[in-house]
Every structure is written in structure tokens, then in C-alpha cells.
Design a protein around this ligand. Structure first.
Ligand code: ZN
Length: 331
């Protein structure tokens, strides 16, 4: 049973809004598009793994995706956590393509793609750190203890994995997605003693969901392009006309063009906005029209009258961002 669904990371619509509204290069976009491609590729890789997990026939499993748990002054992140009465299994998901070497004397990971070699954090060490943090987190809260294990899953079928060194100590810990279900079924054979009751298991999972903290971007200091963007010719010159939006440049009407503009405003200048801020951004003089537009969207509303503000209902924001860049094979 999935207790916490996977959603598009908020950093994706945030970066897309930044790139869309970058006024004469006021925001440093260096590597922003590359970062966006990585995020999309990572997200699609995780979704691919979700489909494999869903084929495991065990109704007692509780699955929590995309956990970000505060610990001390920092956080630990888990791509997927599979909980049962026997085991808490951390899944660290990677969607790299190319030739990947892991291990060696210095326990490093590197990737060779298009003849270029780049080093990355070792995912085994990342997963081990998560295990330590999760264990500590459970102890601190005096929750019933459960054995914790981990797997690192590479979801890009075109990647080639090499384990460096002679001892193959990571054997069975790093795997390609095709082997996930069989490795999982083989791993759980090592955990045959139930450590929790069903009630205790639910308690831990609800505690984790309650502790999850969403990444909330913005606000940014830089000046951005104001206005409502035309979805056809991409100019920011749409005007309010006959209860809709009209683009004088390509003569297109679009009743919903304000939605992206208001989302962009909330992402880049939020987390909350008022009527005046929205009027200035959308180029509308009438507070009544803006009131109507803001209230027609599924936003959180705070306060009353002139002091009323609106914010995005995290984490459900923008699950289908407009103009999204699709991932390539490069990541
Ligand atoms: Zn247009």
C-alpha cells in the first residue's frame, strides 16, 4: 500500500518558472537547464522503479516515497522506503546513463559518458548515511525498533555498471532495475522475525509522514518578466478581453492563461501573495477581476478583506507544469 505518493519535485516548476521569466539574464541560468534535465530524469527513473515495486504481491507492505526528514540542523532524504513488520528497506535511486564505476580503494563513483569522466557521491555511502539517520531518528522518538537495510537501484537500462576492487563487497547492494524484484525477494529471506505489530508499523509510517518537510522554494530577489504569457507565441503580452486572455501578437484567446502567471508569481515571489501584487504582475487594474481569478484557483486562502493572501497548497502544486522540458538519454 502506498502511504506517501511520489510527486514532481517542487524544484522543477520553480526552475522552469525562473527560466521562463528571466529578465535579460538577471537570474544566473548557468547549468539551470542541465539541473532541470537531471531532476526530470531522476523523477522518471523513480517512477519507473515505482512500477516494479507495484508488482510485488504483498498487501502488508507500506511504501513511502520522497521522504525529507529533518534531523538536527539538516535533513535526510529517502527516495523510497518499503516498510514491513520485518524490515525497513531504503531505496536509493539513480538514473545515470553511461559507464559507471563504483567502489575501489577510495569508495568513489564515477561515470564516463561521451568520453568525459565525472565523479559523483557514492550512492552506497548515501544509502548508509540514510540508514544511520533513520535509526537515530527512530531511537530519539522512542519508536519500536526495526532492522534497516538498503539497496541502490540504477533505473537507466542503458547504463553499464562496474564494481571496482576484488572483494565485490557491494554485491547484492547495487543493482539494475530489471533485477529489483528478484533481489528484493531474496533479501527479505534474511529477515524472518516480525519486530512490530501492524499497529506499531502504522505508527512509525505516520510519524515519518508527519515529519516530512517539503522543499519550499523562493522568494528570489531578482527582477523577473511580468505579464501573462501566450501559450502559442510565448510572448508576455496577453490582455484581458471578454472574460478571457487575448494575445495581440498572434490573435489567440486562452481563458486559462493566468494560471501559469499566478503559479510563477507564487513560486518566484511567494510563498504568499496579495491582490495588489497579483494585479501588478498580471497587468490588471481591477481588484475585482484579480479577486475572481485568484479565488477560481485551488489556492490556500489566508485572512479576510484587503489583507487576504493566497499561497500554493503544497505539495500538490503543479503536477503537470506547463512547458516542461522532457528528460533526454543524457542523464
Ligand atoms: Zn501569442
Amino acid at each position: 500500500m502506498i502511504l506517501k505518493e511520489r510527486t514532481i519535485p517542487l524544484k522543477i516548476p520553480y526552475l522552469e518558472a525562473m527560466m521562463r521569466r528571466n529578465l535579460q539574464g538577471s537570474i544566473k541560468t548557468t547549468k539551470m537547464d542541465e539541473q532541470l534535465l537531471k531532476l526530470w530524469a531522476g523523477y522518471h527513473g523513480e517512477c519507473k522503479l515505482d512500477r516494479h515495486i507495484s508488482t510485488i504481491d504483498n498487501e502488508e507492505l507500506l511504501i513511502l516515497n520522497d521522504l525529507c526528514i529533518p534531523i538536527g540542523t539538516t535533513f535526510f532524504q529517502i527516495d523510497s522506503l518499503i516498510l514491513s513488520r520485518y524490515l525497513a528497506l531504503i531505496l536509493e535511486v539513480k538514473n545515470f546513463s553511461g559507464i559507471i564505476d563504483i567502489g575501489g580503494e577510495f569508495e568513489q563513483m564515477s561515470r564516463v559518458i561521451d568520453g568525459e569522466k565525472i565523479g559523483y557521491s557514492n550512492p552506497i555511502e548515501q544509502a548508509k548515511r540514510c540508514k544511520v539517520h533513520l535509526n537515530q531518528w527512530m531511537k530519539t522518538r522512542k519508536l519500536p525498533m526495526l532492522p534497516i537495510d538498503y539497496l541502490v537501484v540504477f533505473t537507466n537500462t542503458s547504463s553499464v555498471l562496474n564494481s571496482l576492487g576484488q572483494n565485490h563487497k557491494h554485491k547484492g547492494k547495487i543493482l539494475k532495475i530489471e533485477r529489483f524484484v528478484s533481489e528484493y525477494l531474496s533479501l527479505i529471506k534474511n529477515y524472518t522475525i516480525p519486530h512490530l505489530t501492524k499497529k506499531e508499523l502504522k505508527k512509525i509510517s505516520h510519524f515519518l509522514i508527519k515529519s516530512h518537510t517539503e522543499f519550499r522554494p523562493g522568494p528570489i530577489e531578482e527582477e523577473v518578466i511580468n505579464g501573462v504569457q501566450c501559450n502559442s507565441c510565448l510572448s508576455f503580452c496577453m490582455i484581458r478581453n471578454k472574460g478571457s486572455w487575448f494575445c495581440p501578437s498572434c490573435k489567440t484567446y486562452d481563458r486559462h492563461a493566468h494560471i501559469q502567471a499566478i503559479h510563477d508569481l507564487l513560486l518566484l515571489k511567494g510563498p504568499s501573495i496579495g491582490n495588489r501584487q497579483a494585479r501588478e504582475f498580471l497587468g490588471i487594474e481591477s481588484p475585482k477581476i484579480i479577486h475572481h481569478l485568484l479565488n477560481s484557483m485551488e489556492l490556500n486562502v489566508h485572512g479576510k478583506g484587503k489583507g487576504r493572501t493566497y499561497s500554493i497548497p503544497f505539495p500538490q502544486l503543479l503536477q503537470k507544469p506547463i512547458g516542461s522540458i522532457k528528460p533526454t538519454q543524457r542523464f
